[in-house]
Design a protein around this ligand. Structure first.
Ligand code: KIV
Length: 272
């Protein structure tokens, strides 16, 4: 049986030279998808973007701990190899390190995941330290933080001004020093992501962070064209599963209407 990638293995994947392979991560939420990608990725993040891709909300703010735990457990049950990270949903950790510990320990216990992820910079260094010291590895998430949609006013690229980029560099250093074992850097200029990657000890995993991060992450629904009409610039589509689904269902519908399905091969008969 394959051994899952541990936090220690991931820390070692800091790209120190061009010969090392970047970490391959995908956001994925369901048993059947997780089974399909088990052998192809180093890390699966059960992301709270499931609020939008699976549940049809406009943003991630309505996602609950129960939703994350149900999907996290399904992904853990269906995989053997990748490291599984489960997102901490909005409202489950911001209040205090103690509240974060209660939520994160519930996630770890009920899902069997290896770590959790939370959004935030310097202001969450204390929480990350608190969790890490008590046995809960934390992946950080800086740059565009979708849980801050209402204060940001939209899903915009972050760190474009000198002031913002200095703040993001400080955030990255603070959460790395607090014990985050890696961090997602979302929607920031490539130069800034490169600079952060060079200046912190743990791997950066980019989503719209350019070419020099220690790893890359995208959402499986985005790369398969299974979600929405808008495609962010940082997404590359590797398949058009939506077209295959529509075609297959349309054929099924026609065959039912024309009484071409079921056929002799699809029916049961009484034994003579
Ligand atoms: O929930 C999610 O999909 C994420 C990715 C954007 C990294 O956090």
């Amino acid at each position: 049986m394959n051994k899952r990638l541990t936090v220690k293995d991931i820390r070692k994947r800091k790209l120190l030279n061009d010969k090392q392979e970047p970490l391959v991560a995908l956001v994925c939420y369901t048993a059947q998808m997780a089974r399909l990608i088990n052998d192809q990725v180093d890390i699966i993040l059960v992301g709270d973007s499931l609020g939008m891709t699976i549940y049809g909300y406009k943003n991630t703010l309505s996602v609950t701990l129960d939703m994350m735990m149900n999907h996290g457990a399904a992904v853990v049950r269906s995989t053997t190899k990748p490291h599984i990270v489960v997102d901490m949903p909005f409202g489950s950790y911001e209040e205090s390190p103690e509240k974060a510990f209660r939520s994160a320990s519930k996630i770890m216990r009920k899902t069997g995941a290896q770590s959790v992820k939370l959004e935030g910079g310097e202001e969450f260094a204390e929480t990350i330290y608190f969790l890490n010291q008590r046995g809960i590895p934390v992946m950080g998430h800086i740059g565009l933080m979708p849980q801050r949609i209402q204060t940001l006013g939209g899903f915009f690229t972050q760190g474009k001004t000198e002031k913002e980029s200095i703040k993001l560099m400080n955030d990255a250093k603070a959460i790395s020093d607090a014990g985050a074992f890696s961090m997602v850097v979302e929607a920031i200029p490539e130069e800034l992501a490169t600079n952060i990657t060079k200046n912190i000890k743990v791997p950066t995993i980019g989503i719209g962070g350019g070419r020099n991060c220690d790893g890359q992450i995208l959402v499986i629904h985005d790369i398969l064209n299974l979600y929405g009409d808008f495609t962010p610039k940082f997404v590359k589509k590797y398949g058009k599963i939506n077209d295959s689904i529509t075609k297959a269902v349309s054929k099924y519908s026609q065959e039912v209407k024309n009484k071409k399905f079921p056929t002799k091969n699809n029916i049961f008969s009484i034994k003579k």
